[in-house]
Ligand binder design. Structure first.
Ligand code: SF4
Length: 278
């Protein structure tokens, strides 16, 4: 078996940062340490935090003290203020790229632009972004939805950090015809773009692609979609246990890419398993 392993693997910058902040908090901060949902979309990572005493909470309703860890994907507007009012120590792991986008949306809404977020409306990052626009934001996932929108006076268009560039560009083109004035912000994360580009290069050199990352991870899903869209045989696994379901020919050339919330140690374990085919 020949493995072609992507250079851009493992946690992205925001993932590393969130992991570091959470680890430090678990060591030093007042208990209980409460995670506001999964701070990174990876079960292994969240189980690691649970083993160290972390608890997952879905909102602040039952949080009365201790420490609150905010996700790398961000959180709804004013969550930090609410935590402060309840005397909860907050550790904010919101990725600086996401934070910047929250600021852009806040400013656009203040200047009375209708804000269009190109992304998945169920994703935590998008829900958080939407809250920064008060009632002035709509989420658009695809071209069909973009075409259905009415005309606007002033439109601000921004992307979820894990969008595919192709989808964002196509939707932006449609929206240009729907507003008298439009501001377009391509806020796709550079770490995501670089992985998507590398995947397209790897596809040229291999017979099959193995994508490693949580089934909840938007950027991992995007890698799978991009690969499949090229009509390429693609396997998506969350971790080593799922690899056992698949059989590989000895002479196969296998490309390996991973989502931005997949820890290095998981990838190494999977590569170790694959090397046994030789
Ligand atoms: S993928 Fe990009 S935006 Fe998301 S956490 Fe990583 S660095 Fe930040």
């Amino acid at each position: 078996m020949k493995l072609v392993i992507a250079k851009n693997q493992g946690f992205c910058f925001g993932g590393k940062r969130a992991f570091r902040i959470a680890e430090k908090s678990l060591k030093k901060d007042p208990r209980p340490i409460q995670f506001l949902g999964d701070i990174l979309h990876n079960n292994e990572v969240m189980n690691h935090f649970r083993k160290k005493g972390g608890k997952i909470v879905l909102n602040l309703g039952r949080v009365f003290g201790g420490t609150l860890i905010i996700s790398a994907h961000g959180a709804p507007f004013k969550i930090l203020e609410k935590a402060r009012n309840k005397k909860i120590i907050a550790r904010d792991t919101t990725c600086p790229f996401v934070k910047k986008n929250q600021g852009i949306i806040f400013d656009l809404a203040k200047k009375r632009y209708k804000v269009i977020i190109v992304g998945n409306k169920h994703h935590k990052e998008v829900k958080g972004l939407q809250s920064f626009a008060k009632n002035r934001a709509l989420v658009v996932e695809n071209i069909r939805q973009a075409k259905k929108l009415p005309k606007f006076k002033k439109l601000g268009v921004i992307s979820q950090t894990t969008q595919s560039l192709e989808n964002f560009n196509k939707i932006s083109e449609i929206l240009k015809k729907k507003a008298r004035e439009i501001k377009i912000y391509n806020t796709i994360c550079p770490s995501i773009l670089v992985r998507q580009k590398e995947l397209l290069e790897i596809i040229k050199k291999v017979d099959k692609v193995l994508v490693i990352g949580s089934h909840l991870s938007a950027n991992t899903k995007r890698l799978v979609e991009i690969s499949k869209k090229q009509g390429f045989p693609t396997i998506w696994i969350n971790g080593p246990e799922e690899l056992e379901k698949y059989k590989f020919e000895k002479k196969i050339r296998l490309g390996i890419v991973s989502g931005a919330s997949t820890p290095d140690y998981l990838i190494k374990r999977i590569i170790g398993q694959l090397n046994r085919y030789d």
